[in-house]
Design a protein around this ligand. Sequence first.
Ligand SMILES: [Ca+2]
Length: 276
Amino acid sequence: MPVLRILLLTLLLPVLLLHAQPDDRHAAIVVNALGDEADLDGNDCTCMTANNTCTLRAALQTANACPGPDVVQFAVAGAFSPLTALPALSDATGGTLIDGYSAPGALANTAPITQPVNSQVTVTLYGANRPFHGLRITTQNNVVRGLAIYGFDNDAVAPYYSGILIDGGRSNTVAGNLIGFDPNSVISSSFQRYGVQIRALAKENLIGGAAAADRNVISGNTYAAVRIEGNLTLTNTVQGNFLGPVPQGNALLPGNPNSTALAWPTSPTTVASCRT
Ligand SMILES: [Ca+2]
C-alpha cells in the first residue's frame, strides 16, 4: 500500500533525522588569539572577549558554561601564557576536548614506540614560572591533546604545581602532548613539579594510549613525570608514553630525575609500554 508507506515515512522521518544528529550539538569553539582576555559574558555558548577575539581562557569559560560536550580548536599557533590560572575543565554536563592538533602546522605522531616521536605541536601553554597548574580537570570525559605545557610553579617548595592536574573526576584522557619542556629549545621548566598529577579519588583516567598519536613525552618536571596520589585514586592507566626522554623520546634532560611514573603504593594503576 504505497499511501500507507508514504504516511509511515512521513511520520517516521522527523524521528529518524533526530536520531541522526551528532551527539555534540555545538559548533567547535575556535581560539583565534594568543591573548589572555576573559570571555565577555562567561555564561553562554559564544566565545568572545572585549577585543572581539576568542582566547584560550575565553574558550574554556565558554566550554564550561555551554551545556553538554564541547570541542576547543585553534585557528592560531604559538604560546599562551596565562597571567592567572585558567578555568578548570569543570562542566559536569559534558566533557571538553582541547585539540591542539587542530592548530596550523600541527601534526600528531605516527612513529612507533621504538622510534622518536615525529609530532609537530604548535600550541604551547607556558607558565612563565607562575604559581598555578597549567590545566586543572575536575570532571569527567575531558580530553587534552596536542599541547606543549611547561613552566608552571614558581619555586621548589609546597604547594607544588603540575602541567596538568586531574583533581577528581574520571575517564579523562591526556594524549599526544609534550609536558615539562619547551619543544622549540628543549629547555626544562625550572620548577614544575609534576608533568601530570592525578589525585582526589580520580578514576579511570588515561595518560597516553595504545595508538602512536596518543603518546605523551613528559620530561623536565622537577619530581615526577606522572604522579598518582592517594589510596583511593584508583584504576588509572599510564600507557605508551616517553617519560623522561626528550625532545622526541631520544635524549634525557640533564640532571632530570623524572623518568618514572610514581603511584601511591596501594593505588592500582596500570603502567604499560612506557619508554624511560
Ligand atoms: Ca560544555
